[in-house]
Design a protein around this ligand. Structure first.
Ligand SMILES: Cc1cc2nc3c(=O)[nH]c(=O)nc-3n(C[C@H](O)[C@H](O)[C@H](O)COP(=O)(O)O)c2cc1C
Length: 167
């Protein structure tokens, strides 16, 4: 099995979760490649059986240009321009629909008082609307606060989740 993991991350937490998911996929004996959403191909490449798409939750959903700019300004992130332009919302909107491939989403969010909304949920719905018939909402990985870090144990949980996707 070959997995492509497409990730968006402003402070690095969703990227860390994506890297851990990839480790889990590899530990289960499959291949995994992680690509930043700004570099991701618009069509699912030949030979890829699983696409995992992860992004941070902003304003109860997937990021938008305005929320990305806000996060990037706080993060002082390099490659800010490309990152401001393209998040998973834009990637899904432009992606060539692939009805056959399994696509699973994940997100990161702050675990404080209950805040509704999840980028993983919105992304799964957007993928379905786009024509990905096998789109599933996957996990949420929790961060301590807007800049992170991931809560203790979340990297390990992401690794285990990655492993569980290979079956
Ligand atoms: C503009 C903005 C809006 C946010 N809105 C939410 C939200 O609605 N719910 C939530 O749980 N976290 C929210 N967050 C926190 C992000 O989810 C957190 O920064 C993200 O998980 C970190 O991931 P990253 O390091 O990959 O960028 C928001 C952060 C920013 C910058």
């Amino acid at each position: 099995m070959r997995a492509l993991i497409v990730v968006e991350s402003m402070f690095g937490n969703t990227r860390a979760a994506a890297d851990a998911v990839a480790e889990g996929v590899r530990a289960a004996g499959a291949e995994a490649e992680v690509v930043d959403v700004t570099q991701a191909p618009e069509a699912v490449p030949e030979g890829v059986d699983l696409v995992v798409i992860g992004g941070p939750t902003h304003a109860f959903s997937m990021t938008r240009e305005s929320t990305r700019k806000d996060a990037l300004a706080k993060a002082g992130s390099p490659n800010g321009e490309a990152k401001a332009e393209t998040g998973i919302r834009e990637w899904i909107a432009a992606a060539a629909p692939d009805a056959g491939v399994r696509v699973v989403t994940f997100d990161t969010r702050v675990k404080k008082a209950f805040i509704p909304g999840s980028a993983a949920k919105s992304a799964a719905k957007a993928l379905e609307d786009r024509g990905f018939e096998h789109a599933e909402r996957g996990e949420t990985f929790w961060v301590e606060d807007t800049p992170g870090p991931l809560k203790p144990g979340e990297v390990e949980r992401a690794r285990e989740w990655g492993r569980s996707l290979v079956s």
